[in-house]
Design a protein around this ligand. Structure first.
Ligand code: SF4
Length: 215
C-alpha cells in the first residue's frame, strides 16, 4: 500500500474517537465539537454564526446545540463589548471541567503527548500543512490562529491613550476588526482567519514573546 494512503487510513481510524454514534457523557459528537471550539475560540468567533460555520451546520442547528450546552450549564451568553446587539458565548467553569475530564479526544491527546515534544511539533506542522493544501483546493479554512493571519499587525510601543497614561497596551492589532489583540489571544481560534505566507518578522516576535511569557 502506498505510504500516503496508509497514513491517511490511520488518520481515518483515529477520527473514530471524535465522530461517533449516540452520545458520550451526555453529549453527541457535534456538541462536543462545539464545546471544544468555543473553549478555544477568540472573542470575535464565539458567536452562533461563527460556530455554525466551524461545525458546518445551519444557524438553526448551531442554535439548538447552543441551547443544549446552556441547559447543561456548559455555556452562557453575554452581550458583546464590541457590538451591544450581538452576543458572545462563554464556556463556563463547568464546561471547562467537562472538557478536561471527558472530552472524547482526550485519549488521542494523551497518545500524541506520549510521542514527545519534537514528534508533537512535527505532527502538528505536518497536519497544518495538509490542511493548508486542502483549504487551497477548496478555498476555505474553518479556523486558525492570529499568528498565521494576514490581518495581524504589531502595535508600535507607546502608542495610544493607555500607553500615554503609563498602562500596558495589547501587543498586536487585528486590522480586520480594528481591535487590539493580546499575546494570549494570538493562540486562540478565529473563523475570520486569512492565511499569509510571508510573516517572518511577526512570527519571530511572537515566538520570542511566547517563550518570555512562559518562563
Ligand atoms: S488577526 Fe486574523 S485571526 Fe486574529 S482576530 Fe483578526 S481576523 Fe481573526
Amino acid at each position: 500500500m502506498p505510504l500516503a494512503r496508509e497514513a491517511v487510513e490511520l488518520l481515518v481510524q483515529a477520527a473514530r474517537a471524535w465522530y461517533f454514534e449516540g452520545n458520550q457523557h451526555g453529549l453527541r459528537d457535534r456538541e462536543w465539537m462545539a464545546l471544544r471550539f468555543l473553549g478555544r475560540a477568540n472573542r470575535f468567533s464565539r458567536t452562533p454564526s461563527a460556530l455554525a460555520g466551524f461545525i458546518g451546520s445551519t444557524r438553526a442547528t448551531a442554535s439548538q446545540i447552543v441551547k443544549t450546552l446552556e441547559s447543561r450549564s456548559f455555556l452562557v451568553r453575554k452581550p458583546s463589548h464590541e457590538d451591544k446587539r450581538s452576543v458572545v458565548l462563554h464556556v463556563t467553569a463547568q464546561g471547562e471541567k467537562c472538557l478536561s475530564q471527558h472530552d472524547p479526544i482526550n485519549h488521542v491527546v494523551n497518545a500524541v503527548t506520549a510521542l514527545g515534544t519534537e514528534e508533537c511539533i512535527r505532527l502538528r506542522d505536518s497536519l497544518r500543512e495538509i490542511l493548508n493544501h486542502l483549504d487551497a483546493a477548496h478555498q476555505r479554512l474553518d479556523a486558525s490562529i492570529c499568528r498565521d493571519c494576514m490581518f495581524l499587525a504589531e502595535r508600535s510601543p507607546g502608542i495610544g491613550p493607555a500607553a500615554a497614561k503609563g498602562r500596558a497596551t495589547a501587543e498586536f492589532m487585528c486590522r480586520l476588526y480594528r481591535a487590539p489583540v493580546s499575546l494570549e489571544e494570538t493562540e486562540l481560534l478565529c473563523t475570520s482567519f486569512e492565511r499569509t505566507r510571508d510573516r517572518p518578522k511577526i512570527k519571530a516576535h511572537l515566538d520570542r514573546a511566547r517563550v518570555a511569557s512562559q518562563g
